[in-house]
Design a protein around this ligand. Structure first.
Ligand SMILES: NC(=O)c1ccc[n+]([C@@H]2O[C@H](COP(=O)([O-])OP(=O)(O)OC[C@H]3O[C@@H](n4cnc5c(N)ncnc54)[C@H](OP(=O)(O)O)[C@@H]3O)[C@@H](O)[C@H]2O)c1
Length: 316
């Protein structure tokens, strides 16, 4: 299991001290993989990790860093840059902000259609040769892009949304990941909090995303109600059930759970004690079938940027 403190803009404001305490609590609980992006709070999250890791052994954590997203000073998304020169530049800045001389897993946050994936991965591979990076990862790419990238340099990990209500990857991407021996870090395990049992309509992340709007939201919350009664019967919370389901998908899949506070972290860690029997899994499948969610997981602009959502990925 992995966690990252979400103190850097995408999930609302966070208290810096509590963010650092949350990271410390995660490390003390045995979590070793910390995932971030240089564009999370425009470098803020990397500096938060640097502060949190001060005094700890660098080798005791696996730092996974995403790059490539372009943002303006107001935080607006301007596109992606994954050219070789951009890869090296982004990395130089990340190393400085993180206060380290290497990143364990380095990956473009999104595929840049204007740049061959071979160029992007080739640049990360050069940085491996130079000792600044250990492994290459990818994020939200489809099966074809993954194969092309893997032919340039072995890909260690694909990061992609995967939860009870986001299962598009099961048709083609997951089998490809497995056939290539690539690992998978699953984000959106709680669907940005929708599957957490703590949902509130005030959440900033809801804006503009079809899944979090109007009738879609009502429908999706009715799925959460079905989970709530199953969770209660298991003596678990909805969030724990949602995380346990991802854990049940295979040892090659690592749930990536974001938490800004220690109470959320310890709830998430409780999922490790939830064992789902084959009967539980069958009941979950029935309550929330693969295509049960209403509405896309990103707004139209972001959906268009997802290589993983190309039609070729939805057929076996
Ligand atoms: N590769 C990509 O494109 C991509 C995209 C998004 C995220 N990610 C990665 O995935 C990580 C997780 O983000 P996510 O989008 O997948 O978020 P998530 O885990 O689906 O949802 C996290 C949100 O759920 C809420 N929550 C409620 N109960 C919780 C509990 N017990 N434990 C933890 N959270 C609980 C938290 O809300 P409160 O704020 O109320 O606590 C938190 O903000 C990020 O940190 C990032 O590293 C990657």
């Amino acid at each position: 299991m992995i966690t990252r403190s979400l103190g850097s803009d995408l999930y609302g404001p966070a208290d810096e001290k509590e963010s650092i305490a949350t990271i410390h609590a995660a490390l003390d609980a045995g979590i070793t993989l910390l995932d971030t992006g240089d564009y999370y709070g425009m470098g803020h999250n990397e500096m938060l990790l640097r502060d949190a890791l001060r005094g700890r052994k660098r080798e005791s954590v696996v730092l996974s860093v995403k790059f490539g997203a372009l943002r303006d000073p107001e935080g607006a998304w301007l596109g992606v840059d994954a050219r070789a020169a951009a890869v090296k530049t982004f990395l130089a800045y990340s190393l400085r902000r993180l206060g380290t001389d290497y990143v364990d897993i380095y990956r473009p946050g999104r595929f840049n259609p204007a740049v061959p994936i071979e160029e992007t991965v080739g640049a990360v591979a050069e940085m491996i040769q130079a000792g600044h990076v250990r492994y290459v990862g990818l994020s939200e790419v489809g099966a074809d892009t993954l194969r092309k990238a893997h032919a340039v340099h072995p890909i260690s990990d694909l990061q992609i949304e995967y939860s009870l209500i986001s299962r598009g990857l099961e048709a083609k991407i997951l089998p490809t990941v497995r056939s290539l021996g690539v690992g998978l870090t699953a984000y959106g395990v709680l669907s940005r909090g929708l599957l957490s049992g703590h949902w509130s309509t005030e959440r900033p992340v809801a804006k503009g995303v079809p899944r979090f709007k109007g009738e879609n939201l009502e429908h999706n919350l009715s799925l959460v109600d079905a989970l709530r009664s199953m969770a209660k019967a298991k003596g678990a919370s909805v969030a724990q059930l949602a995380i346990a389901w991802v854990l049940s998908r295979g040892d090659d899949i690592v749930p990536l759970v974001g938490a800004r506070r220690r109470d959320r972290l310890s709830e998430a860690l409780g999922a490790l004690d939830v064992t789902l029997t084959p009967e539980d899994l069958a009941r979950l499948e029935k309550a929330v079938p693969p295509d049960a969610a209403a509405g896309d997981r990103y707004d139209a602009g972001q959906m268009a940027m997802l290589d993983s959502e190309k039609a070729t990925n939805s057929v076996v």
